[in-house]
Ligand binder design. Sequence first.
Ligand SMILES: [Zn+2]
Length: 164
Amino acid sequence: MDPMAPAIWKNYAPNKCRLFLWLAHKDRLYTNERRFRRGIATTASCPFCNNSESINHLLFTCAQTRQIWAELNSLCHTTPNSIATCCGSLMNDKVRSTVIIAILWNIWKRRNAKVFRAETQDAYKLLRACADDLMLWSNRCSSELKKSLLLEWRSMVLLLAGRM
Ligand SMILES: [Zn+2]
C-alpha cells in the first residue's frame, strides 16, 4: 500500500477533493508544466509568478502559498514543500488531513480561477473559502470531539485570513 494513502483517503473531505490530492501525489495534476509538456498550453509558467508551474511550486513554494504554509506550520509540524512533507507526519490524523486538503483544494481552485477565468483572488479570499469548506465538511464528522477540533482549525484559518 502507498504510505501516503491513509492521509489522503482517511479524512472528512469529499471524494472529489481526495481524488484531487491523490492525482497531485501521483504527479498527474494538469499544472502548466504538464500541460506545456503535452502541447496543450503555450507556457509552463505559474500564473502568479515566472517560475515553472510544477505541482510542488503551485501547492507549496509559490510566494503566497509558501506564506500560508509558514503561518500554519503547526499543522504539518514544518513548512512543507511537497505532499510528502505535508501529509507524511499525519498518517491517522483525520482532522489535520482534512484541514490540509481544504487548503490544497482551495489553492488549486484559485489557480484554476486565474488560468481559466482570469479571476485574481487574494490570500484572504482563499482562506475564507477554506474556512467555509471546513464548516461544511465538519458535518461529515460522526465524532463530536473531532468535529470540535476541526472547527478549532477553522477558527485558526479565519484568524490567519484576517492577518493576510
Ligand atoms: Zn508561482
